[in-house]
Design a binder for this molecule. Structure first.
Ligand SMILES: Cc1cc2nc3c(=O)[nH]c(=O)nc-3n(C[C@H](O)[C@H](O)[C@H](O)COP(=O)(O)OP(=O)(O)OC[C@H]3O[C@@H](n4cnc5c(N)ncnc54)[C@H](O)[C@@H]3O)c2cc1C
Length: 409
């Protein structure tokens, strides 16, 4: 649909990650026609596991894909927080029936590509959604009552509504706010999934395992019907220098985890070391929209991954934006105002809490003693810390055709 004859695209989404695909679906289910541009030659996700809390399931239910992904997901019993150095359990969060009753959905973990494939397949089977790959948007022009984008291959599109779902390094964001580059946390992640048979049966395979220590942590959980085991090892590099690539090396990874308890050291032997992910976020901003242009997901509110909420927030954005555009079909600015009023305060809290949560995980040993005493008094059925995050539903929902019963969610 390049702009050769002056035809406008009603809604143009830049970026076909979890946020962009989710938004396309949420809009199409509310009767909107959508076109999407993805810069990669094919749709796909890098990295292995994804934790999806009940607020993410709520949004996936709205999009009608919860039934499709549930058979591929794993529903862990507990999130278990361990001391990475002593090997002692610090606390746990029970994810069983009381959790599901409280939040309406189970806690889910899955392979990223399983979620992306389900979203993509739902988008492909929807007549109202068209998608193109190998379309890298390089410039965005705000024309007041429309927006125009130009791709690296010279094609142009004009849209009545333009949404940047183009992630951490968003090009669309630059048309809305000039807040520089993402902020490097100096932490780096190594991650990947291995056949679950390679793990010891004592490894707590039914749970999400979180091991924390000074300036480092390890997260483990099963994915894809428990056929694979996902692991993420994260640490702060003392060699970080802005502009340098020589930091967060495999040697530093090994040095950081060498003091770990035996299961932690054992886990580190299973990591591939050929790729690392530096961790970035941004400070929250008060406005995500300008005239006909707005943002969703990491383009709007990139966050550190310590609450496991980046994708969940992108999914919530998708439902909220689609609902706002439905409520104000003829007034895009009014819809964006409703969308921002709903989403900016919430994602601001998630972004800032994620940073604080990371600091709490990574305390030096002397300060961790007091923290561990506090955690020891928590009951696994205490949901006081998670209500604000997991008990969330915004805007009117689509008319579901899903047959999911509450016990299947
Ligand atoms: C180690 C780690 C663990 C995480 N764990 C969790 C978790 O357990 N749970 C959770 O909810 N979240 C988690 N997250 C966060 C989550 O992965 C992200 O927040 C989420 O994937 C963001 O989705 P998005 O669609 O907004 O952006 P992206 O996934 O970055 O997608 C952006 C898309 O836009 C495309 N694009 C970019 N620029 C252009 C352009 N100029 N033109 C066209 N296309 C473009 C890209 O190719 C890409 O396909 C984790 C993150 C990390 C790093």
């Amino acid at each position: 649909m390049p702009l050769t004859d002056g035809t406008r695209v009603p809604v143009l989404i830049v970026g076909g990650g979890i946020g962009g695909l989710a938004l396309a679906l949420a809009l199409a289910r509310r009767g909107r026609r959508v076109h999407m541009l993805e810069k990669a030659p094919s749709f796909g996700e890098i990295g292995a596991g994804l934790q999806l809390a009940p607020n993410a399931s709520w949004a996936l239910h709205d999009m009608g894909v919860l039934d499709a992904i549930a058979p591929l997901a794993v529903f862990p019993q507990r999130i278990v927080w361990m001391d990475a150095i002593s090997g002692e359990q610090l606390t746990a969060l029970d994810l069983g029936p009381p959790f599901r009753e409280r939040y309406g959905y189970r806690y889910m973990v899955m392979h990223r590509s399983d979620l992306l494939d389900a979203l993509l397949s739902a988008c492909r089977s929807h007549d109202a959604i068209t998608m193109e790959t190998s379309k890298e948007v390089t410039t965005v022009e705000d024309r007041g009552d429309s927006a125009c984008v130009t791709c690296a291959d010279g094609t142009q599109y004009e849209a009545a509504v333009l949404v940047g779902a183009d992630g951490l390094w968003s090009t669309v964001r630059k048309a809305i706010v000039d807040d520089g580059e993402p902020i490097c946390s100096e932490y780096v992640a190594y991650r990947g999934a291995i056949p679950i048979g390679e793990m010891s049966r004592d490894a707590g395979l039914d749970n999400v395992m979180l091991w924390t220590g000074p300036e480092m942590h390890l997260v483990q959980y099963p994915v894809r019907r428990a056929e694979l085991y996902n692991q993420v090892a994260v640490f702060r590099s003392r060699r970080y220098r802005a502009g340098s690539e020589d930091w967060g090396t495999p040697e530093e990874l090994d040095a950081h985890f060498a003091a770990g308890a035996e299961p932690v050291r054992e886990a580190l032997t299973k990591f591939r070391r050929n790729r690392r992910w530096p961790m970035y976020d941004r400070l929250p901003i008060a406005r995500w929209s300008r005239n006909r242009i707005t943002l969703v997901g990491d383009a709007a509110h990139p966050m550190l991954q310590y609450l496991a909420q980046g994708a969940a927030q992108a999914l919530e954005d998708a439902v909220a934006l689609a609902a706002a555009l439905s409520r104000h079909p003829a007034d895009v600015r009014a819809a964006f105002a409703v969308y921002e009023a709903e989403r900016v305060p919430r994602t601001t809290r998630v972004q800032t809490t994620a940073r604080a949560w990371g600091d709490y995980w990574h305390l030096p040993l002397e300060r961790a003693v007091q923290r561990n005493r506090e955690l020891a008094t928590r009951s696994p059925g205490d949901y006081g810390e998670t209500d604000w995050l997991y008990a969330y539903a915004c805007g009117p929902r689509a008319d579901f055709s899903s047959t999911a019963r509450i016990e299947d969610r």
